[in-house]
Design a protein around this ligand. Sequence first.
Ligand SMILES: Nc1nc2c([nH]c(=O)n2[C@H]2C[C@H](O)[C@@H](COP(=O)(O)OP(=O)(O)OP(=O)(O)O)O2)c(=O)[nH]1
Length: 134
Amino acid sequence: MRVIVGAAIVRGGALLAQQRAYPAEVAGRWELPGGRVEAGESEPEALRRECVEELGVEVHVGARVGADVQLRPGLVLRAYAATLADLAAEPKALEHKGLRWIDPSTLDDLPWLPADLELLPALRELLEGVTKPR
Ligand SMILES: Nc1nc2c([nH]c(=O)n2[C@H]2C[C@H](O)[C@@H](COP(=O)(O)OP(=O)(O)OP(=O)(O)O)O2)c(=O)[nH]1
């Protein structure tokens, strides 16, 4: 099975989201930074590489967030919590249309890619830092 890794980068209670510029079907939709895990690479290594390529920043990769989301047969999106190695660094949209730091109150307002939408409850939990009692 192949894996697309996504980085849930959190700083000061906000999540970094990026807006796709292409292809046309998904342009304007929002996603987590990340991409394909290449042969010989661990998932955290792939995330660190993608964050340098897409955002120009180094990240520390933490724990898994949420469950795998199936993108198509044989391909899943797998998210990991991450933090900026340098908290003062400003990520740049090197390959995307835009970037935003999203706080929990606006998480539901973005037009996320369908797979990322499935991760929103887990992303909200990560941002809020606690599992709410029922
Ligand atoms: N990076 C990323 N891709 C996602 C997310 N959700 C989602 O459905 N995808 C899809 C979009 C793409 O079909 C695929 C990742 O492609 P990509 O273009 O970002 O990754 P990549 O740079 O490794 O791709 P490529 O060079 O092999 O084309 O996964 C997400 O949150 N982050």
